[in-house]
Design a protein. Structure first.
Length: 454
């Protein structure tokens, strides 16, 4: 595997030497620059894939860090950038986040802090690259073999998905977290006449209201503090295609009203603009909430509910489609054994018995996490019972009894704790598997008093 290359730009020689020595000791290739001009010339002359991350000081002798970042993002829009800042320039560092920097660290920083931020940034970019590669292969309709199932319950869902895909109706996908709602949304898009246009998605629960509005509607230059350039929103990017809106039940009433206008009038106004833009979009929304109850209690607009719920597709939880556990487990086994370059090719009968006996409160997402963890721990060509989480020690009846008789809060706490342990307490990876934001995960860790090894 090729070394990941880190570029460092700072006018302090001591910082450059310290970081170079530290990162080289961690197996990274490192290039250093003492001014922004040298860095930009290097990016102009180099190949697009010859750098994996940039560590940049917010203050430069020849040009300020914000100007450098703007130019970096023009030359390498996908290059992750971490800003280094002294305490007194935190406001400037926050400004760089708005311009596309991944994160910032405050000087002086312990080596554990900078290494953790670097690792998170590189892992996120690796996931984005994998996602882009997968999306590049999605120019053809999603066929039956692309959605893994064996059960009659899910076959009916799949057939309904294909039937409604050909229509122009907005779709509401209902189901617990981790049941595959985005996969169904993708199947709807790629089996529709819109398949040649873009399929975009957004998690409405992961973003603050103002950021969600900007992401959806876009904004013009000067619309708010930090809006130094105009930015297209997902509504404009998805024109002619499909927009999947996950966790629609968490959208504020203010944004709901604006979305209703888009659906009814087929146009929208970017933040700070005065002129409307056309929006030919098919909406697929999803939620794990009871929207009828949300409407009754005044948290969700009734008119928007009926606009979105032209057709609804209810996804059964994995515990109600146990026939699908084995083919899904084998699918994830193949995926992660290839990714980790491990010759793990099967599941032992004892391990399969445990997988089939568990009730999967986290659904398919939890199953994938368990199989990924098992592939990491496997010492033979088969996943065994020893490679599974703590509940492997319980008989099937005990597992069922535990899931059936504990509160939802305890189930959630246990599931979060297992996921954290399965990822080696990597918060960003755990949040992704759980389908929640990093901020929500941090709040849950505090709420449930979970201990995180240092």
């Amino acid at each position: 595997m090729a070394q990941e290359k880190i570029l460092i730009c700072d006018d302090e020689e001591g910082i450059l030497n310290y970081l170079k020595k530290l990162l080289q000791s961690q197996g990274f290739a490192v290039e250093t620059f003492c001014c922004g001009g040298d860095l930009l010339r290097r990016l102009q002359d180099g190949e697009p894939a010859d750098a994996d991350l940039l560590l940049q000081d917010v203050r430069m002798p020849d040009m300020d860090g914000i100007s450098v970042l703007r130019e970096v993002k023009k030359l390498r829009p996908r290059l992750p950038v971490i800003i280094m800042t002294a305490f007194g320039t935190i406001d400037a560092a926050v400004e760089t986040i708005k311009l596309g920097a991944y994160d910032y660290v405050t000087k002086p920083f312990p080596k554990e802090k900078i290494l953790s931020v670097l690792k998170n940034a590189l892992e996120k970019e690796a996931l984005l690259q994998e996602n882009r590669a997968l999306k590049s292969e999605l120019g053809k309709p999603i066929l039956q073999e692309s959605i893994i199932f064996r059960s009659t319950a899910f076959r009916e869902i799949y057939e309904l998905t294909l039937q409604v895909a050909a229509s122009e109706a907005n779709i509401l996908v209902l189901g617990e977290s981790g049941t595959g709602k985005e996969l169904i949304a993708g199947a709807i898009h790629y089996n529709s006449h819109r398949k040649e246009r873009r399929f975009l998605s957004i998690n409405c629960a992961a973003l603050a209201e103002t950021l969600l509005e900007s992401q959806l509607f876009g904004h013009v230059r000067g619309a708010f503090t930090g809006a130094v350039t105009s930015q297209k929103g997902l509504l404009e990017e998805a024109d002619g295609g499909t927009l999947f809106m996950d966790e629609i039940g968490d959208m504020s009433l203010s944004i709901q009203a604006k979305l209703l206008r888009v659906i009814q009038e087929r146009d929208f106004i970017p933040v700070g603009a005065t002129k409307a833009k056309n929006a030919d979009i098919r909406f697929v929304a999803a939620t794990n909430k009871n929207l009828e109850r949300e409407v009754r209690e005044g948290r969700f607009r009734e008119d928007l509910y009926y606009r979105l719920n032209v057709i609804n597709i209810p996804l059964p939880p994995l515990r109600d489609r146990k026939e699908d556990v084995e083919p899904l487990a084998l699918h994830f086994l193949k995926k992660y054994s290839l990714r980790m370059k491990k010759a793990v090719t099967g599941v032992s009968p004892e391990a399969l018995h445990l997988l089939l006996g568990y009730d999967w409160p986290g659904n398919i997402r939890e199953l994938e996490n368990v199989i990924e963890r098992a592939v990491i721990l496997a010492r033979s060509a088969q996943i065994t019972a020893k490679d599974l989480p703590i509940w492997r020690k319980q008989p099937e009846s005990a597992v069922r009894r535990e899931v059936a008789l504990v509160s939802l809060e305890n189930v959630e706490r246990d599931h979060i704790e297992r996921t954290l342990a399965g990822t080696g307490y990597h918060k960003s990876r755990s949040a992704e598997i759980l389908g929640i934001s990093r901020k929500t995960l941090d709040r849950k860790i505090v709420e449930y008093s979970l201990s995180i090894p240092s």
